[in-house]
Design a protein around this ligand. Structure first.
Ligand SMILES: Cc1cc2nc3c(=O)[nH]c(=O)nc-3n(C[C@H](O)[C@H](O)[C@H](O)COP(=O)(O)OP(=O)(O)OC[C@H]3O[C@@H](n4cnc5c(N)ncnc54)[C@H](O)[C@@H]3O)c2cc1C
Length: 473
């Protein structure tokens, strides 16, 4: 039998006595779209890169969390990824030929607003297939990715009026270990590095005044656990919806509730307020699904009950409660669907996400905090990271704004060698939640951070001293 030796250079210990197991120019924490693209770009720019990821593959919410929504490439690594997923058979596209009753169907998570029966194209990537491709891309580039490594802390040193991270501390099967680096990248999706490094942030649920729910409570937008069912005969479900005039399956839900087959947290009424809790992400007022992976296979959403106001990113009790409750709700929903809903008789759970996705975690306060007013007024910045981009702000009556984002949004206050990416950029809650946390933009921001890190390594300066004058995209 072959034996594998794991040679480790003698790198000593940190000032606090933690064994140092690796060192690199750039250390990236978390391999979601942001961390993945940062690691890849920095490595391709010639830096040595260590990437710490607590699960077994890159991709974050979009692979380990099963959220495989795919769209057209927006340039750079994002386009490369979409092309590669397609080439390697990891993309599935459903159209009106596969699902003639899908467009305009109230059970559709994404396509409910289309005129019924209209043409549509819904593309998703197979989360595990896509994760395998991303893992291979990091290997091909020579990124030293360490999987099963949970980042827990940092060691730091003073740097003028700032502080500087010297080591990322993580837990692996060998216990506590350290990785030494020069530039660090925040890719945890919930600003964990920011929190451990003592940089300022707004806790999830922190709101701008005009978006506080009418009851005055400040609750994080609920996170969710995604899951996949196979063996669904959607034509039979659609036939039932039409035959019985029950498009949202309300009659079946009421029958199941009367029989005690639906727990109170499942299929709750919408809150009456017009804010985000009234119109988005409040849980499941009805069945909510999208085709994924192939015919008869759909992804479903299970959100944290909104009234629980869970802070799953920084409260272990809340995190554990969410994991348990969401699994129980998925179990209850699967039982309801197979027992009551035509077309689901032979359906079965094929996957439950590896983790509960946080939609509204910590919002770091950076050298610039991008606000909704910046988008509304179409602000331009000398240190813009992209050409002006135009995005639809769904929560602002679906208005389209054209604006730029400054490099300073990537720089958390108080630490001079940490770069932000993805869902952990220095944006106010509204801007991140409304628009600026989708897969393409998270991948782009990762690539921007990786490029910035490499320029810093070449110039021998920390990211706060980098002069940024040319948009990357
Ligand atoms: C339920 C849900 C549904 C969503 N739906 C959509 C959608 O339909 N379309 C869309 O475009 N976007 C969607 N989003 C938003 C999008 O998924 C996120 O904003 C995006 O994935 C954030 O990317 P990221 O790289 O910042 O972090 P993440 O994707 O969260 O990745 C973070 C990575 O860091 C790792 N990590 C975290 N902590 C540690 C640690 N301590 N040590 C080591 N590794 C760590 C995680 O395992 C993960 O791999 C959704 C988000 C959620 C939560």
């Amino acid at each position: 039998m072959e034996s594998e030796t794991f040679e480790r250079p003698a790198l000593g210990r940190t000032p606090r006595g933690v064994p140092v197991v690796a060192e690199a120019d750039v250390v990236v924490i978390g391999a979601g779209p942001g961390g993945f693209a940062a690691a890849l770009r920095a490595r391709r720019e010639g830096c040595s890169v260590v990437l710490l990821e607590k699960f077994d593959m890159p991709g974050g919410v979009h692979t380990s969390g099963l959220q495989g929504a795919a769209g057209a490439g927006v340039g750079g690594i994002h386009t490369e990824l979409m092309d590669r997923f397609a080439r390697e058979g990891a993309i599935y596209t459903a159209t009106e030929r596969d699902l003639p009753d899908w467009a305009g169907n109230p059970l559709s998570h994404y396509d409910y607003y289309l005129p019924p029966g209209s043409p549509f194209k819904r593309s998703s990537f197979n989360p595990d297939g896509a994760g395998n491709v991303m893992l291979r891309m990091l290997e091909e580039a020579g990124v030293h990715a360490i999987y099963g490594a949970s980042f827990t802390d940092v060691e730091m040193e003073p740097a003028g009026d700032q502080r500087r991270i010297t080591h990322a501390i993580c837990e692996t099967v060998e216990g506590r270990q350290a990785v030494r680096g020069r530039v660090f990248v925040e890719g945890s999706g919930t600003a964990e590095v920011v929190a451990r490094a003592g940089c300022p942030f707004v806790r999830g649920g922190g709101r701008q005044p005009d978006t506080v729910p009418q009851d005055g409570a400040s609750r994080p937008v609920p996170g969710g656990l995604l899951w996949i069912m196979g063996g669904i005969d959607f034509a039979a479900t659609a036939a039932y919806q039409k035959r019985e005039g029950d498009p949202e399956l309300q009659r079946l839900i009421e029958r199941a509730r009367a029989a005690g087959d639906i727990p109170p947290e499942l299929y709750r009424p919408r809150l009456p307020s017009p804010d985000v809790y009234g119109t988005h992400y409040i849980g499941h007022p009805t069945v909510d699904m999208s085709p994924i992976q192939g015919p008869g296979t759909f992804i479903l959403w299970q959100n944290v009950p909104y009234e629980w106001a869970l802070h799953m990113d920084d409260d272990a009790g809340h995190a554990s409660r969410a994991k348990k409750a969401l699994r129980q709700l998925i179990d209850a929903e699967a039982r309801f669907l197979t027992k009551y809903v035509p077309g689901f008789e032979r359906a079965f759970i094929t996957h439950v996400g590896r983790y509960v996705g946080v939609r509204d975690g910590r919002h770091p306060i950076g050298e610039y905090v991008f606000s909704i007013d910046d988008a509304r007024s179409g602000r331009r910045f000398e240190d813009a990271v992209t050409q002006p981009m135009t995005k639809t702000f769904f929560w602002d009556r679906y208005t389209r704004y054209s604006f730029e984002v400054p490099y300073r949004c990537f720089l958390p206050r108080e630490v001079d060698n940490l770069l932000l990416t993805g869902a952990s950029l220095s944006f106010t809650f509204e801007t991140i939640f409304m628009v600026m946390r989708n897969f393409p933009w998270c991948t782009q921001t990762g690539e921007i951070a990786g490029y910035a890190a490499a320029r810093c390594i070449r110039q021998g300066i920390p990211p706060k001293q980098l002069s940024w004058r040319e948009p990357l995209f």
